[in-house]
Design a protein around this ligand. Structure first.
Ligand SMILES: [Cu+2]
Length: 313
């Protein structure tokens, strides 16, 4: 397997990457060769047969059967090769092996949620074991997104109201970039994730810890970590800057203006805002915050609330 990468591609880190690259380079170099032949031909003929004097008109040559058969048959053969070869790899990429681990992927503005077979979940970071096929069952909560991991050579649209499927088997432990490649609104460029490939034992340990984390940290430190890892950071600042949502800076203990009335920002208000964001809408903002019901456990909620409380003016 190619592990250094080239001008065109990052190093391949999945079992399918080699096959995708071979096909890509076949198409690429075939095109380069024909491009050179065509450009050379045009240049050569336009110089060789340019009009030199009044009498030097070109002959009335209209066609040449041999040549025409040649330039129809050769491209046809190439297209047929690329079709069958591409179809074979395409099918392989789209039919997950039976023993694949199934992970549910949800795309929404503007982050990814992953739910694992044991029910634990993670946001923006997909954690998988090395050397095991992983099937991704994907859907969107709002608009079309697209799941793209360049190092694995996989890319698949993620649609609302239906499932799409892709799979991969990672060949090397490491952390790889995950992009959304379908323009999905003003936070699209922030919709960045990671795929973390772990050795099997570490993956199991990670799963069992319930992806809760936070051991040995104060609630505020754990909350600060969750603020980033649970994607609050894409819509809320902590320094007063207005993003898609209000800043967390100094909100605790103050009265917030709602679309209808006002509310005191205390622990219960924060909890409700996170679990049931549509219940009370802050004046001047769109009701676009996703619910974190079932995504955050109680310890994580407490930590986030402690963190927001610590952000004094
Ligand atoms: Cu997106």
């Amino acid at each position: 397997m190619d592990s250094t990468g080239t001008l065109f591609m990052p190093p391949g880190r999945s079992t399918i990457a080699g096959e995708v690259d071979t096909l890509f380079y076949f198409i690429f170099y075939t095109s380069v060769v024909f491009f050179a032949i065509v450009v050379f031909g045009i240049t050569f003929f336009s110089i060789r047969y340019r009009r030199q004097r009044k009498a030097g008109l070109t002959s009335g040559l209209a066609h040449n059967t041999k040549l025409e058969i040649l330039w129809s048959v050769i491209p046809t053969i190439l297209v047929v090769i690329v079709f069958f070869w591409g179809f074979k790899v395409f099918i392989k990429m789209h039919v997950p092996p039976k023993d694949a681990i199934e992970i549910k992927v949800t795309g929404q503005k503007w982050f990814w949620t992953f739910v694992y077979p044991n029910g634990s979940n993670s946001l923006n970071e997909l954690v998988v074991p090395v050397g095991k096929p992983v099937k991704l069952l994907m859907s969107s909560r709002d608009v079309i997104h697209s799941f793209f991991v360049p190092d694995f050579r996989i890319k698949m649209d993620v649609l609302p109201n239906r499932y799409t499927v892709t799979w991969f088997e990672a060949t090397d432990p490491g952390i790889y970039n995950l992009f959304c490649t379908e323009y999905c609104g003003k936070g699209h460029s922030e919709m960045l994730g990671k795929v973390k490939v772990l050795p099997e034992r570490e993956y199991q340990a990670w799963l069992e810890s319930g992806s809760g984390g936070g051991e040995g940290k104060t609630p505020e430190e754990f909350g600060a970590e969750l603020y980033v890892s649970k994607a609050c950071v894409t819509c809320h600042s902590v320094d007063g800057t207005l993003l898609v949502g209000p800043s967390f800076k100094g909100i605790f203990g103050h009265v917030t203006q709602l679309e209808d009335g006002e509310a005191m920002v205390d622990e219960n208000y924060l909890r409700e805002s996170i679990l049931n964001p549509q219940a009370k809408i802050v004046a001047g903002f769109e009701p676009v915050m996703p619910t974190y019901q079932g995504v955050l456990n109680d310890r994580q909620l407490d930590a986030l609330i402690a963190y927001i409380k610590s952000l004094k003016e």
